[in-house]
Design a protein around this ligand. Structure first.
Ligand SMILES: NC(=O)c1ccc[n+]([C@@H]2O[C@H](COP(=O)([O-])OP(=O)(O)OC[C@H]3O[C@@H](n4cnc5c(N)ncnc54)[C@H](OP(=O)(O)O)[C@@H]3O)[C@@H](O)[C@H]2O)c1
Length: 323
């Protein structure tokens, strides 16, 4: 079958290890099922994999991709939950120490077919297209958990999102706005990111710009480049949720502010199957839809990866395999 996969790892030149071509059909262990992929969305995770973060040489070649929507063996339209936990794990899947994401240990979704545990399949709401549904299981699920499970954002609160254009960032703005929060956003390129105002942001600031007032919560995926600004933007007792560090890990911690202002700093990773079910229901009922930067045939996957590597993406890039 046709797939986009990591054939080698290179921390400095991730695109050098991306290959598109034939791979064997997926193996289907007991309790798993094959899904015919109709759409699969690109995440920064896929670039990290090509850099060797979360993926090691011994697992190559590895089909990339966490997100998919497609059709299962019984003909049902489904969305794939990408968090693969131990079969005996009964708690929150994101807390299983042995969990992995599709494409870390098991072949991912950038292929004509993918095998997943049956319990990782969630019905696709009829109102969402395959392309829209494929954007939800990683970026949107992460945003949902950051806002509602971790920060417990309330209607009327003010939330700062660092980095306007990203897949997680655009999801945070859309979801927070739908929940009645006032959403403020920063960008390295505020002119280029002005369209974020159309998707629910109340105000847009340049990265690092002083805010008119302190906020209740900050959503961080950028990391070192924005960390200080995030800590300094919070009101006493405010909450900082971090799920990524695209620009690096090494930043001034501002620990004095963390304890003196009694800030809550919470990590967040992906989300549970139940949270994905609720997210899908929210999108179906509210009419919320992901911002799709572009849809490409899977054969052109390298163009999508290159755009993300350049930081030249607003919303999600979706790949469509030929049937
Ligand atoms: N823990 C989890 O479960 C989880 C889930 C999803 C994603 N993540 C992580 O979260 C991060 C974002 O993921 P994504 O898929 O949304 O990536 P993406 O679509 O490539 O977005 C990158 C974002 O980072 C901003 N940015 C990048 N470099 C920056 C810099 N030097 N200074 C300021 N802003 C910068 C961009 O905003 P502007 O261009 O507007 O400035 C943009 O919002 C990644 O590191 C990813 O691995 C983690």
């Amino acid at each position: 079958m046709f797939a986009a996969y990591a054939s080698k790892l290179d921390a400095d030149d991730p695109l050098a290890g991306l290959t598109v071509g034939e791979r064997p059909e997926p193996e289907v262990p007991a309790g798993w099922m094959t899904v015919t992929v109709r759409a699969a969305a690109l995440n920064h995770h896929d670039l990290w994999s090509l850099r060797g973060v979360g993926l090691d040489e011994s697992r190559l070649p590895m089909i990339l991709g966490c997100d998919a929507a497609g059709v299962d063996e019984d003909g049902n339209d489904v969305v794939v939950h990408a968090v693969i936990s131990d079969p005996d794990w009964r708690d929150d899947e994101t807390l299983d120490p042995r969990r992995s994401l599709l494409s870390e240990r098991h072949p991912g979704t950038f292929a004509q077919r993918v095998a997943v545990p049956r319990r990782n399949l969630v019905p696709k709401p009829a109102g969402l297209t395959f392309e829209e549904a494929a954007c939800l299981p990683t970026a949107w699920l992460t945003a949902y958990r950051m806002l509602f499970t971790q920060a417990q954002v309330r209607p009327g609160q003010t939330v700062l999102v660092q980095g306007a254009g990203g897949g997680v960032a655009t999801a945070l703005v859309a979801l927070g706005s739908a929940a009645g929060a006032r959403m403020w956003v920063t960008s390295r390129d505020p002119d280029g990111a002005a369209r974020i105002l159309d998707s629910g942001a109340d105000r847009l600031f340049a990265s690092g710009e002083r805010l008119p007032e302190r906020v209740d919560a900050v959503m961080e995926t950028v990391g070192a480049a924005t960390w200080q600004h995030s800590v300094r933007s919070l009101r006493p007792g405010g909450t900082l949720v971090v799920s990524g560090a695209t620009s690096g890990y090494a930043a001034d911690t501002e620990l004095n502010r963390v304890f003196f202002l009694q800030l809550r700093v919470l990590g967040s990773t992906m989300g549970t199957r139940d949270e994905l079910v609720r997210l899908l229901a929210l999108c179906e009922r509210s009419g919320l839809r992901p911002v799709v930067h572009g849809v490409l045939p899977l054969e052109q996957a390298s163009d999508g990866f290159a755009a993300m590597d350049r930081g030249d993406v607003f919303g999600k890039i979706v790949f469509v395999p030929s049937s």
